[in-house]
Ligand binder design. Structure first.
Ligand code: NAP
Length: 416
């Protein structure tokens, strides 16, 4: 068998993702880690009890993944022991559920899966770079705590390289998918000026994200109205307008060019009367972005006033089209992954050779010393000072060259 395949076979992944189960069932495979540092202690215990060489753990809202290296046969007994490490009180029902749903991948398949995760080809939202950041952070922590070693390091390095290659050479991460980024894009397409007055209605999570984008694009003439005034005040950081209570909205006198509305009311509540009060007679065309579901603006406002009205339903249509575009890029991404996998096999082989050759310098040195101090000792004693110095220089030269030969030859063989 190809030696590289032998080494590859040690890589394994045991995972549960949004593809196999609803996301709340991912919990079944999550390692509890209530205490600081407990997670790594548990990973160390898993290594010890399961006889693994290395282990890496990733938990996101869409997947739980154990990536490990070891030579165990991952049969049903191994799985049972694995699941017991995660949950010592595992019931038969839980075991049957996990055994049925968990994906176990070995060798080439495991590496391909890791590369696909890093490149966000296997994500719920294809092309979402966040997963690469999560993967790197989780790896850095595991590496720091010593649960991983050389094998996982090499695989992670190549996974990150191939993900970057894919983001640079395909359009998988282009075209926004999130409703908030699409709403900002729609606003930017209308060329807002830095001095434009922006009124935000609501100060929840969605509006938090809107604020980040506004700051990023230097749109800071912002006022915020919210039911809880304190939350509006907190969001004002970096903005030049004012914070107000929702009830004071009708008294707002500063005027506006753009409105973002996103409150959790159970029905549309901004009617023509309220909107007229906020307008205070201003007849200029406004940009109104309504991110709430159901919409905050009543149809009488969106249809009866001079405005560009952007609502979630329209943005969702764009998001779907953009997602379809990203998914088409998956074919190109997979072709790149294939070449990256071949590179990884070469790297793995080179590393094995490096490890095997590590002892050569010491061996060559020992041969030299034996020659000088035992085999040719008497002959050397008869040499004059200059000749002896020359022999030393020649032996040092030979030692250096002999050490380099095997490494060079091995590298040439890999390149072929
Ligand atoms: N477009 C999207 O992609 C998207 C994504 C998620 C959510 N949404 C929609 O956005 C809205 C808010 O979502 P969110 O994630 O920002 O929620 P959130 O973090 O819970 O914030 C809710 C916001 O609405 C306000 N609010 C809730 N009920 C209210 C009421 N009865 N009267 C007055 N104010 C009220 C809250 O005020 P307090 O601060 O006083 O609590 C807060 O400002 C919802 O309609 C949701 O369906 C849209």
């Amino acid at each position: 068998m190809d030696n590289r395949l032998d080494i590859l076979q040690g890589y394994k992944i045991l995972t549960l993702t949004f593809r196999e189960v609803p996301t709340h069932r991912l919990e079944e495979l999550v390692l509890s880690n209530d205490l600081e540092g407990e997670l790594f202690g548990r990973l160390e215990l898993m290594k010890k009890h399961l006889g693994l060489d290395e282990i890496f753990y990733l938990h996101t809202c869409n997947r739980v993944l154990f990536f490990f290296y070891g030579n165990q046969e991952p049969d049903i007994n191994f799985q049972l022991r694995f699941f017991r490490q995660i949950n010592p009180a595992l019931t038969e029902d839980q075991f049957n559920f996990l055994a049925d749903k968990v994906k176990l991948l070995e060798g080439e398949q495991a590496i391909h899966h890791l590369f696909e995760i890093a490149a966000s080809v296997d994500s719920m939202v294809v092309g979402e770079r966040e997963i690469l950041r999560q993967l790197r952070t989780a790896y850095e922590e595991c590496a720091l705590q010593g649960t991983t070693g050389d094998y996982i390091r090499l695989a992670m390095q190549q996974a990150v390289r191939s993900a970057k290659n894919i983001y640079n050479n395909t359009r998988i991460g282009e075209k926004p998918i999130s409703i908030v980024s699409l709403s900002i894009k729609a606003l930017l397409e209308r060329n807002p000026k830095a001095t434009d007055k922006i009124l935000l209605i609501g100060a929840g999570q969605t509006m938090n994200l809107v604020c980040k984008f506004l700051r990023k694009h230097n749109l800071k003439n912002v006022s915020i109205a919210n039911r809880t005034l304190d939350k509006a005040r907190k969001l004002m950081n970096g903005f030049s307008g004012s914070a107000m209570n929702l009830e004071d909205l009708e008294n707002y006198k500063e005027g506006f060019d753009v409105v973002f509305a996103c409150t959790g009311h159970s029905s549309s509540w901004i009617n023509g009367e309220l909107y007229s009060k906020i307008l205070k007679g201003d007849t200029d065309r406004k940009t109104v972005v309504d991110l709430a579901v159901p919409t905050n603006f009543k149809p009488e406002v969106s249809q009866g006033f001079n405005m560009d009205y952007i609502q979630v339903e329209d943005l969702r249509k764009i998001a779907r089209a953009n997602m379809a575009f990203r998914e088409k890029e998956v074919t190109a991404a997979k072709a790149i992954l294939k070449t990256q996998f071949d590179t990884f096999k070469d790297t793995l082989e080179q590393r094995q050779i490096e490890k095997a050759l590590k002892t050569i310098p010491a061996q060559v040195k020992a041969v030299k010393e034996k020659a000088m101090e035992e085999v040719f000792k008497k002959d050397l004693e008869n040499l004059d000072e200059n000749s002896l110095a020359l022999v030393h220089r020649m032996m040092d030269y030979m030692e250096k060259k002999c050490v380099a030969i095997p490494m060079k030859t091995a590298k040439k063989a890999i390149r072929k």
